[in-house]
Design a protein around this ligand. Structure first.
Ligand SMILES: NC(=O)c1ccc[n+]([C@@H]2O[C@H](COP(=O)([O-])OP(=O)(O)OC[C@H]3O[C@@H](n4cnc5c(N)ncnc54)[C@H](O)[C@@H]3O)[C@@H](O)[C@H]2O)c1
Length: 305
């Protein structure tokens, strides 16, 4: 018996890296999988059907069920067609893993319009479009049956976005947006019985090989803690009924560590007895910053100018 027997999943960007590991694990646990991948460069340029097709072939060769989708997740009609493909080919949809991503790192002062737009489109819009059409399907199902659907979305955020890595303003803005979208949609879809969570992965893939390949190579005798399969395990756990009750959460996984990340919340508080003025705000400075310094936290790698 597989954990996903009889279920239908979509994984975006599943032709390589983390998405590929997620698709293979879902399939090995019994899910039928729509393997989406545009197949372009790590910067988003170009297209190639082979990465998605190879993963489909691998799943089918192992006795599983899979079909390929070569669409761009940032395309409104393409995203709608992707959800429809799962329903048409396999009779429904239970799991949506939003994973497709690209990088175009630059310092803000050097970034051009295309670098900003393309990264925001693939990550932020690419997560929203698929989620929006999956959500509409699940809400309709839940209305028709009068029951919660028991479905799940797993988004892909990033520590880079949540902690604010220098050199990735486009990517970080998109990933922080994805973390917020995760919380909003968890609230919106609770009644329909859909859980929405995110992972913040760290894994050795073509996106990280150039900047952190050496750091992520396993040392002799160590387990491979940066293999994408580690991330896939956490994503598939979140997608499964084992994670019942878990929603609106961001789980960092990679490097042998799993953590729950939580974001914006009141940290300190000052109160006014009259209209705030610059002076009264300034008098509150020590109270407001009592528990934190006024700078930004360090991050483990950054991109050159
Ligand atoms: N590798 C890490 O350490 C790390 C860290 C934080 C976040 N992430 C995120 O994990 C996700 C997967 O990244 P990865 O490291 O496996 O990279 P990867 O490049 O190996 O895989 C990403 C896949 O997405 C596909 N893709 C890109 N744009 C697409 C589009 N518009 N439509 C459909 N498919 C598209 C690519 O063709 C590629 O196969 C990304 O969202 C990335 O930002 C990765």
């Amino acid at each position: 018996m597989g954990l996903f027997d009889g279920k239908v999943a979509i994984v975006t960007g599943a032709g390589r890296g983390i998405g590929r590991a997620e698709a293979l694990l879902l399939a090995s646990e019994g899910s039928a999988v729509v393997v989406n991948d545009l197949g372009g460069e790590s910067t988003g340029e170009g297209a190639d059907q082979r990465p998605a097709q190879q993963v489909v072939d691998e799943i089918v060769a192992a006795g599983g069920r899979a079909v390929a989708n070569y669409g761009n997740v940032a395309d409104w009609n393409g995203g709608q067609a992707l959800i429809a493909q799962a329903i048409d080919e396999f009779g429904g949809l239970d799991v949506l893993v939003n994973n497709a991503g690209i990088l175009r790192d630059k310092m803000s002062f050097n970034m051009d319009e295309a670098e900003w737009d393309s990264v925001i489109a693939v990550h932020l819009k690419g997560h929203f479009v698929t989620s929006r059409f999956a959500a509409a399907y699940w809400r309709q199902q839940s209305k028709e049956t009068g029951n919660p659907v028991g479905a799940s979305i797993v988004n892909t955020a990033s520590e880079s976005g949540l902690y604010g890595n220098a050199g990735q303003v486009n990517y970080a803005a998109a990933k922080a947006g994805i973390a917020s979208m995760t919380i909003v949609m968890a609230r919106e879809l609770e009644r329909a019985g859909v859980r929405v969570n995110a992972i913040a992965p760290v894994a050795r893939t073509r996106l990280t090989e150039a900047v952190a390949g050496d750091y992520m190579t396993p040392n002799e005798g160590e387990f491979d803690k940066f293999a994408p399969e580690n991330v896939a395990a956490a994503a598939c756990w979140l997608a499964s009924d084992l994670a019942a009750g878990v929603t609106g959460q961001v789980v960092k996984v990679g490097g042998g560590i799993a953590q729950i990340l939580q974001g914006w919340r009141p940290l300190t508080e000052a109160t006014a007895t009259d209209v705030w003025t610059i002076e009264s705000i300034n008098r509150s400075r020590d109270t407001l910053f009592a528990k934190s310094d006024t700078g930004v936290a360090p991050f483990f790698f950054s991109v050159d100018d």
